[in-house]
Design a protein. Structure first.
Lengths: 267, 275
């Protein structure tokens, strides 16, 4: 309980600090709202031109888009400490100070910053999500809403886990590894569309190697209540977001192993 | 060679060679861009596969459009010259003002290096991949073709050269806006979204709804991506290409004129920061 309270205090300090620069915050959030908004504008334009994407309608793709963007925005906002770990902690040697404090490294890094500017993407994702939910022929009972929230929680865990993995790599490389953007931003980009439209090798990669499909494609097909073109059973669709939670737990275990490997840069 | 150009060419070449050193960042950028290109192509191919009516662009026009976009992504005015921003913030911009040089041309030269050097590093592996490696592993349908004719290829070279000059002029406008906003958190946060959409980087412009097409034709950003890329594939035929390139030139002159005026006004009211 003590840990949670401390985490809460970390976040409050971070929010107050960012609100000192109100203009910078507003412009950064607006910039992110726009730069993510054009992605959806692009999807809308393609549907306007082509009518449909295989058997998928715009409102269905919008649900994929909204869910994965909300999950990503929240994970991104909460994981800044891990995201900037290489440059901000390893390179500078500041991680030594974190290790000296009598609290877990995970708690301290998670509390590094709650990046408020991510509300730009979050707001944009929510708008699309609400619009999609309203335009679909889905009866929104408790079970469906529950699965949708479960999917977003699974998604937050999944993306958080990916960013932790990226941070683990910087124990060895010192720098933050931009190449991990392929999995984080690339995963986000691809999960905005239903996985079934992609090449089979690509689908396997994002199901079996990196379980992206378990927090986007499969559960959302479950929410939509349609027969999956890829043939997954309904029970699996409803349980699959838990894979995202498992992915995070695995990443945090690896993190603990990585910390044991850490040698200070001495700077 | 005339004497007056020498300092400008010197700063261009020095900055260019300096920026060529960032190879690791370019390699990471290449990996990301490659992945993006693959996703884009798969999405667009899925739309095209299901479509029966004729479209303003064929899938064979789309393939080079997407790969060129990934190869030349860094040329778009998406970032600013961090050193120049720092100069404006800490007041050492005063030294820039003291030089016996034309300030706009001087900054334009270093901005041109900012737009060209990272792009050079990123585009060579991308083009090699899309043009040579993809056919070699049996993915000819996804590979980047050569332009349909020598004429189309030459016109593309001319048009992309114009695109580099235009993108530099737009980056200059962002730099100049910093004289007013000081921090690098103004125009450069909002501009990229506008440029991505209206250049054709998000969706090839001809695929946007027919009713916005008249508006799209009358804006400078299409000269960065849409015009040169469609000249490359032959979607803009060589006989109309010269009119399109002329439009790029007109926009370039307008943007430079605007930049010069704003810079003159900006330096007049400039308060030097720092101490």
């Amino acid at each position: 309980m003590n840990a949670l309270r401390l985490y809460w205090q970390y976040l409050m300090v971070s929010i107050r600090a960012q609100l000192q620069y109100r203009g910078a915050f507003l412009i950064a959030a607006l910039g992110q709202f726009l730069s993510t908004g054009i992605e959806f504008l692009g999807i809308w334009a393609l549907f306007d031109r082509f009518g449909h994407l295989q058997d998928w309608k715009l409102a269905e793709v919008a649900l994929f888009y909204g869910v994965v963007n909300c999950a990503f925005a929240l994970a991104d906002a909460l994981s800044t400490g891990f995201d900037q770990f290489g440059a901000a902690y390893v390179k500078t040697g500041d991680f030594d100070r974190i290790l000296l404090r009598p609290r877990s490294t995970i708690l301290q890094l998670a509390g590094h910053e709650l990046a408020l500017r991510r509300v730009g993407r979050l707001a944009q994702g929510m708008v699309v999500l609400v619009w999609a939910a309203g335009s679909l022929d889905v009866t929104w009972n408790m079970a469906h809403i529950g699965l949708l929230i479960f999917t977003i929680i699974g998604g937050i865990c999944f993306f958080f886990g990916l960013i932790v993995l990226q941070a683990i790599l910087s124990f060895w490389t010192i720098e933050s590894l931009e190449i991990m953007n392929v999995l984080t931003y690339g995963g986000l980009e691809s999960a905005q569309y239903p996985l079934s439209i992609y090449h089979v090798a690509f689908r396997r990669f994002f199901t079996l190697v990196i379980p992206l499909a378990c927090i986007s494609y499969f559960p959302i097909v479950g929410v939509l209540g349609i027969a999956d073109p890829l043939g997954s059973p309904a029970l699996f669709q409803w349980l699959s977001p838990s894979v995202g939670v498992g992915f995070l737990l695995l990443a945090l275990q690896l993190w603990k192993m990585g910390v044991r490997h850490y040698t200070s840069t001495g700077s | 060679m005339m004497q007056w150009q020498r300092p400008y060419l010197a700063v261009l070449s020095a900055r260019y060679r300096m920026l060529l050193q960032y190879r690791a960042a370019a390699l990471a950028g290449f990996g990301t861009q490659l992945f993006w290109g693959a996703i884009r192509l798969m999405i667009l191919a899925a739309f095209y596969d299901a479509s029966t009516q004729a479209q303003p662009m064929s899938m064979s026009d789309i393939v080079p459009y997407v790969w060129l976009g990934q190869a030349l992504f860094a040329m778009l005015p998406w970032n600013v010259d961090a050193e120049l921003v720092q100069k404006i913030r800490d007041g050492s911009v005063a030294y820039e003002l003291l030089r016996p040089l034309d300030l706009y041309t001087f900054w334009y030269a270093r901005t041109l290096a900012l737009r060209t050097a990272p792009t050079t590093l990123r585009c060579i592996p991308m083009i090699a991949f899309a043009m040579l490696l993809l056919p070699a592993v049996g993915l000819e349908d996804w590979a980047m073709p050569l332009p349909p004719s020598l004429l189309a290829g030459s016109l593309f070279c001319l048009s992309i050269a114009m695109a580099f000059l235009v993108t530099t002029a737009i980056t200059m406008l962002i730099h100049i806006s910093l004289l007013w906003t000081i921090s690098a958190q103004g125009a450069d946060r909002v501009m990229p979204a506008v440029v991505m959409m209206f250049s054709g980087m998000v969706v090839p412009l001809p695929l946007l709804p027919d009713w916005v097409q008249p508006l799209l034709v009358a804006q400078p950003f299409r000269g960065l991506v849409d015009v040169p890329f469609r000249i490359y594939s032959g979607n803009i035929a060589p006989d109309v290409a010269s009119i399109e390139i002329l439009q790029q030139v007109v926009w370039l002159l307008l943007l430079i004129w605007l930049g010069r005026r704003l810079l003159a006004r900006g330096t007049q009211q400039l308060v030097i920061q720092g101490g």
